[in-house]
Structure formats: C-alpha cells, structure tokens
Design a protein around this ligand. Structure first.
Ligand code: NAP
Length: 284
C-alpha cells in the first residue's frame, strides 16, 4: 500500500476539541434540536450519535421522537415552535421521512439561520453564490479533511462522481470555491473511467460497493470515498475498491473511519456557527 490513509476519526476529534473550546467561551450554550419520525433503527442510531456529539462538546440538545403516522401539519407546527425557541440554535429533521410527509416542505420550513443540515434553498443558494452561510455537513467535512492534510485544491483537476443535493453538488461547489477545476459525473456520464483518470482529487458519492476500481484512478490521486454500503458479507464499505486503489492513490479515505466521522462534527460546527450568528443578530 502506498497511499496515506486519511484518518477521519483523528481529524474529527481535533475539530470537536476546537468546537468545545469555542463553546466554552460563548455567553450561551449552543443548542441543537433533532426531530425523528418513526422507528427506523438506522435513523435512531444516527440521532443517538448526534446527541452524544452534543454532549461531548458541551452543547444542549433535545430529541423529539414522533410517531410514524404523525400528520405533516403537526410536524410543521413543531418546527415553527422550534424556530421561535431562543435556546434552540440548530434544528435537524432526520431523513428519510415517511412517504406521506413531503421532505422538501419540511426542510424549507426550518428557519434558514437554524438550518444546520443546510439543505434549504436559502443555504444552497448562498453556497452557490459563494456567500457565507451554513454548509452541508458531509461536503464541508471533506474540505476540512483536505485542509487538515495540507492538500491544496487550487488549480487541481477535481472529479466528483454523484450529483445529489446533499453530497455531489455541494462538494463540487466547495471545490470550485477553493479554486479547483471541477467536473461532476453521474449515471449518464459516458466513459466515466476516462474522466475519473484525469482527476488529481477524486470524490466518489454513488452508493455502490467497489464502484471505483484501480484502473479508474490516476497514480498519485487523492481519493475521497463518501459511499456507505454493505458488501456481500454485510460489512460496511465505501464506493472505492480500497485494497487496490490504495496502491495507486497518494491519499485515500477508508470506510469506516474516513468521511463518516466528519459529518456529525460538521453538524456541531454548524450549530456553533448558528448560535454565534443568532446571538450577534439579537444584540443588534
Ligand atoms: P444518491 O442521492 O443516491 O446519489 C447517487 C449519485 O450517484 C447520483 O447522482 C447518480 O447519478 C450517481 N450514480 C449512480 N450510478 C452511477 C453510475 N453508474 N455512474 C456514475 N454515477 C452514478 O446518493 P447520495 O445521497 O449522494 O449518497 C451517496 C453515497 O454516500 C451513499 O452510499 C450514501 O450512503 C453515502 N453518504 C455518506 C455520508 C457520510 O456521512 N459518510 C453522507 C451522505 C451520504 P444520477 O443523478 O444520474 O442518478
């Protein structure tokens, strides 16, 4: 193996340490409200980890567990209540929601300044325009990892495979804002391997195990694997054929232990930022 393994757990720990210190110096305790609907076990694990993350950095947190059959209006009125609550600086509704609830309506109902997942049109628009705002957590975590390892994006050829609103598109915007030359690929891209082989920095967010093979990677490339899949043995794995790509890449993120641990840390970062912004606005 020649690639350096990017240790997302270590970077995440450093980020949380910094957040904890910053929170200690604030006049109010940042507070995060998490809303979960139904009893999907994976979603409950994510929510528990978010609550634990808050405790670790000294934030307040509240978890609202709502039944699967709750009406959309009831969920929206809880969001309205949390929007108006001065102790709550960040609001997150755990996705996916049951089919009878419109995710778009719910996401857009969260006050933009408390939208710590940054999925709203307001925050997506700020990111598109290169204006400061809340940034989606997983893409932001990728940028923080690159910076931590001293990997400059400026002038590099960056290829993002995947164009979802929560990973592919925002990470492409962030790489562009960092002066990368960015190409975004998707399921209709022709001759994908010829595009990915051009990448100095390759980000893969597809959701298919072993999708990126060594022949698709330029020797010396930085490979960021966002995928979270289960292989045939039921083991968690990414989109990249790690064992072989690690012989070609210069840096590679493992799964687990790469991008994943960064996501909750960046949620905490957004909550800290939201608390600071809300306090500043109240003092005006
Ligand atoms: P998604 O919404 O399903 O998007 C997948 C993207 O992959 C789509 O843009 C799709 O193209 C593209 N794609 C599918 N097949 C392809 C192919 N053969 N060639 C090229 N592109 C192809 O998924 P997502 O929400 O972005 O998530 C992607 C992965 O990241 C999943 O495994 C997810 O679990 C993981 N994830 C991890 C974290 C974390 O914290 N580590 C956070 C979020 C997501 P089209 O647009 O053309 O359909």
């Amino acid at each position: 193996m020649s690639a350096e393994i990017v240790d997302g757990r270590a970077v995440s720990a450093a980020v949380r340490e910094r957040i904890k210190k910053a929170a200690e110096g604030m006049d109010v305790k940042p507070g995060l409200a998490v809303v979960i609907v139904g009893d999907d076990p994976a979603s409950h694990v994510y929510v528990r980890n978010k609550k634990r993350g808050c405790e670790e950095v000294g934030f307040r947190s509240w978890v609202y567990e709502l039944p699967e059959n709750i009406r959309e209006e009831e969920l929206l009125s809880l969001i309205d209540k949390l929007n108006a609550e001065s102790d709550v600086h960040g609001i997150l509704v755990q996705l996916p929601l049951p089919d009878h609830i419109n995710e778009e309506t719910v996401t857009e109902r969260i006050a933009p300044e408390k939208d710590v997942d940054a999925f709203s049109s307001y925050n997506a628009g700020r990111l598109f325009k290169g204006e400061p705002g809340l940034i989606p957590c997983t893409p932001h975590g990728i940028m923080v990892m690159l910076e931590h390892y001293g990997i400059s994006v400026r002038g590099k050829r960056c290829v993002v495979v995947g164009r979802s609103n929560i990973v592919g598109k925002p990470v492409a915007q962030l790489l562009l804002a960092a002066d990368g030359t960015v190409t975004v690929c998707h399921s209709k891209t022709k001759d994908l391997a010829s595009v990915t082989r051009d990448a100095d920095i390759l980000v893969c967010a597809v959701g298919k195990a072993n999708f990126i093979t060594a022949d698709m990677v330029k020797p010396g490339a930085v490979v960021i694997d966002v995928g979270m899949n289960r292989n045939e043995e039921g083991k968690l794995c990414g989109d990249v054929d790690f064992a072989h790509v690690a012989n070609t890449a210069s840096y590679i993120t493992p799964v687990p232990g790469g991008v994943g641990p960064m996501t909750i840390s960046m949620l905490l970062e957004n909550t800290l930022l939201a608390a600071g912004n809300i306090m500043k606005n109240e003092q005006r």
